[in-house]
Design a protein around this ligand. Structure first.
Ligand SMILES: *Cc1c(COP(=O)(O)O)cnc(C)c1O
Length: 354
């Protein structure tokens, strides 16, 4: 048990806040005054510190750099009209973080470090949560192996950290998507369900090739048959067909269980849509498109909440959508945002007040 008294807090002498307007700042580029840093040594978590945001000094033999035991999370905090700090579903990210940790043979992080540390850090840097429309504070917890030894084995030492980045609106223009049939993101038995750093590095080549062909992102398909749709880049994906919403199920372990995905499913049900989580064949999507029942396609994730897909290309077949006519995705987005910014009733108790 880590008590609040075990947190060592070293405040920065001067805030960087005055140097930088928080309006319309790009995602992930600016960081707040403080960070959380915790060490795992000899089988226990220790040196729980909140201190000025600063570079790390690390050995070139650092295990994480060579063998990739590294995981992360992405969470957002919002400012309510009353000026309260509200964090969206952090316990769900906490649980997922430890699922990722177990898959990567890393130690789990106790709740009183992950959640309480996040609360203390946000409390200290709460002025950094922008109060402009559609702005938020992005929270990035992460862990990496820190043995200073080149040997392929699970590390004995780790660092757990949280950094915070204020962020402006994510101007997500509707995306053009290439259905990927050559490269794969995840396989059954693999690490697709973990938010492991290597998954993102491994996806970059396919994404770059799709960009060269004029697309914004790939829609991943299953590794064996390249038929069943998986995720869209680093977002979960939803298809509105007739009065049903369909999203791939999580049973194969190849899909990251998004907190936004779960929130969107609950919201769609509240809007009286029938939601199906099941394998979804690209041929079914094409047939729905041909019959005119494929109405909306969108990706979901913390960074952008919902990203509309205006074009989907599978081999030579191109599906185009007029997103200005959509009803479902915009309503889901509005409903979620109203809860996040403390405007609508938080009936699911999704928001944690700091
Ligand atoms: C983070 C992530 C998502 C979205 O998860 P959220 O919890 O909604 O942010 C989806 N797919 C992948 C591969 C991801 O890394």
């Amino acid at each position: 048990m880590i008590a609040a008294a075990d947190f060592k807090i070293i405040k920065s002498e001067k805030s960087k806040l005055n140097e930088q307007s928080l309006e319309n700042i790009p995602f992930g580029k600016y960081f707040t005054d403080h960070m959380l840093e915790v060490d795992y040594e000899n089988g226990e978590w220790k040196n729980v510190e909140i201190k000025p945001f600063q570079p790390l000094s690390l050995s070139p033999a650092l295990a994480a750099i060579h063998y990739g035991q590294a995981i992360f999370e992405g969470i957002k905090a919002y400012k309510s009209p009353e000026g309260e700090a509200l964090i969206f579903r952090p316990h769900d990210n906490f649980r997922r973080f430890n699922i990722s940790a177990e898959r990567m043979q890393m130690p789990t992080v106790p709740e009183d470090i992950f959640i309480e540390g996040m609360k203390m850090l946000i409390n200290l840097d709460r002025e950094w949560i922008p109060s402009f429309k559609d702005h938020s504070l992005y929270i990035r917890p992460f862990m990496f192996s820190s043995d200073e030894m080149i040997g392929v084995r699970p590390s004995e030492n780790y660092k757990f950290m949280i950094i915070l980045s204020p962020t402006g609106p994510y101007y997500n223009t509707p995306m053009r998507i290439y259905v990927e049939e050559q490269y794969v993101r995840a396989v059954p038995g693999g690490v697709g369900y973990a938010k492991a750093a290597g998954n993102y590095g491994a996806a970059m080549h396919a994404t770059a090739e799709a960009k060269r062909k004029g697309y914004d992102q790939v829609l991943w398909t299953d590794a064996f048959e390249h038929r069943y749709v998986q995720e869209c880049g680093t977002m979960n994906v939803f298809f509105i067909i007739g009065n049903k919403a369909i999203t791939p199920d999580l049973s194969t372990g190849t899909i990251l269980s998004g907190v936004t995905r779960d929130s969107v499913i609950q919201t769609l049900k509240e809007m009286d849509l029938h939601v199906e989580e099941r394998p979804l064949d690209i041929e079914e999507i094409i047939l729905a498109h041909k019959s005119g029942s494929l109405r909306e396609v969108f990706g979901t994730g913390t960074a952008a909440t919902i990203s509309y897909i205006k074009e989907l290309r599978y081999k030579e077949y191109v599906m185009e959508f007029d997103v200005t006519n959509w009803k479902t995705a915009p309503e889901v987005k509005d409903r979620l945002n109203a809860i996040r910014y403390g405007i609508a009733d938080d009936r699911h108790c999704w928001m944690m007040k700091v």
